[in-house]
Every structure is written in C-alpha cells, then in structure tokens.
Design a protein around this ligand. Structure first.
Ligand code: PGA
Length: 270
C-alpha cells in the first residue's frame, strides 16, 4: 500500500538528553536553546526536549511560556504503587510532560523493556493523554528487507496490542508517533542510515500503522542525526521528524540543526 502524501503537516525535532546533564548544565542549555529557538507562527516545526526525570521540574519552569514541548524518556504503566525506581504517568503529567518516549532500543537492549512492556506503557500513556513516541528498529543482524519487516511488524504489533477499544483507538490515531531507530545507527561509532533506506522503512511502518490503527502515523527517524545530514532527512516526505541524541546535547549544535531544517524547503510547507 502506498501512502498518498499531500503536504507535510508537522515536522518534529526531539532532543533526547539520555543520561546527561546536571542542574547547572541544564540551566545553561535551556537558556541557550531558548535564545536560539524562536518558532515563527507559520512554522510547522515542533521541538521537544526529553531530559532525565531529575531535571523535569527545572526544565518545566525554564520552558514555561515557550512552545518547546517537555518530554520524558520512559514511564511505568501503573499509576501508583510498589514499583521502586519508577515514575508513573500521573507523575509525568503533574510535571507538565506531554510526550513520552517508549521502547528506546537502549532500554530494550538492557532488558528494561520488551514488546509486551511497551504495549502496556503505550496504553497507559494514551489513557493519560500523553503523546507516545514509540521507538522501533531492527538490529544489525536484521538489516535486510525480510528480517527488518519481521522485526518491525513484531515491535509494532506488541506496542499496539492493548489498543483494544474504540476510545483507545481514537486516542492512538491522534496521539501516537513512531521513531524508526535502527539499532545499528545509534550511538558512538555508528553510522546513520541513508535517507532512502529510512524512507523505505518508514513506508513499511506507516503501512503497518494503517493496518493496525487505520491511519498512517507520523514517523520520525533517529540514529546519528547531525548537522551534516539533518536536512537530507527533513527533505524526505515520508520522514516526519528527527529524534536526536548526541548531536542535541549541546544547545548551539541543536540550534544549528533546527536552523538548517527550517531552511530546507519542506520544513515550512504548511
Ligand atoms: P544518537 O541517538 O543520535 O546519539 O545516535 C539517537 C537516539 O538514540 O535516539
């Protein structure tokens, strides 16, 4: 099935801070970012930052009045209770968080998440009106078309397995984002995927969301995105945003990426 794309409505840029930054570093970063980032009214860019839990309250205060979206890097599926070390959806919304990254490959690789746990978290996030950004992607042994499809189908099916009633399906149609992050493209020493390769996987992911949810969900790309390659991804009509790790950890580097994407023709279309 081929998606009919008229225009690119929104282009997401996400800064995944991962396990970086102290309070003073966060303060300096957010001041610099807000200095560099001004979203014009007509812009279709949506910027989010995902600090570690320890910095959410501070980031919320700093970002108040801006249109930068506050995101978290994970959430527990339960609202409350005996889950040492975990943070619940109501705790996130209480901190002003409106988007949560789920199923990141670094968590899957450490056995902190699997397809089932991601499914539980997606359901819970949607029930709490959080936008869920579901990370999926094949590892280097699954890099061919057949195995990548098996992997992506399994991960997406798992992530959507508890969307079992009309209300949740409705939320999922409005509030789900995917990030295609091939494991082999993420982190130190990795090489980014080529935009055409990414677009092929994005088409598959969108076709799968159409099959399971009845809509082509937006899909971001993540994996070694940087200043030199960001605009190539942004120009591709099937790529609805970028989830950026290392290259987003410095505010001026992120600001330069945003400007480059803004300048690329597709980003200001709508
Ligand atoms: P990277 O990480 O940009 O440092 O490769 C991306 C991600 O893990 O989301």
């Amino acid at each position: 099935m081929t998606q009919k794309t008229e225009r690119k409505p929104v282009f997401w840029i996400g800064a995944n801070w991962k396990m970086t930054k102290t309070r003073s570093e966060a303060e300096a970063y957010l001041s610099a970012l807000l200095g560099a980032y001004r979203r014009s009214a007509e812009s279709n860019l949506r910027l989010f930052v995902a600090p570690p839990y320890t910095l959410l309250a501070q980031a919320r205060a700093h970002l108040a009045g801006s249109d930068v979206i506050l995101a978290a890097q994970d959430v527990h599926h339960l609202d409350y209770g005996s889950a040492t070390g975990s943070i619940s959806p109501p705790m996130l919304t209480d901190q002003g968080v409106s988007l949560v990254i789920l199923g990141h490959s670094e968590r899957r690789a450490s056995k902190l998440d699997d397809d089932e746990s991601v499914g539980r978290k997606v359901k819970s996030a949607l029930e709490h009106q959080l936008t869920a950004l579901i990370c999926v992607g094949e590892n280097k042994n699954e890099r061919d078309d057949v195995n990548a499809e098996i992997c992506l189908r399994r991960q997406i099916k798992g992530a959507l397995s508890l969307i079992t009633n009309e209300k949740l399906r409705d939320e999922a149609q409005k509030r789900l984002l995917f990030a295609y992050e091939p494991v082999w493209a993420i982190g130190d020493g990795a090489t980014p995927a080529e935009p055409d390769y990414v677009a092929k996987r994005h088409q598959l992911i969108k076709n799968l969301t159409r099959e399971y949810l009845g809509v082509f969900s937006p899909c971001l790309y993540g994996g070694s995105v940087n200043f030199n390659n960001c605009h190539h991804f942004a120009r591709h009509e099937l790529i609805n945003g970028l989830l950026i790790g290392r290259a987003s950890w410095d505010a001026s580097a992120l600001g330069a990426i945003i400007e480059r994407i803004r300048a690329s023709s597709c980003s200001e279309q709508s």
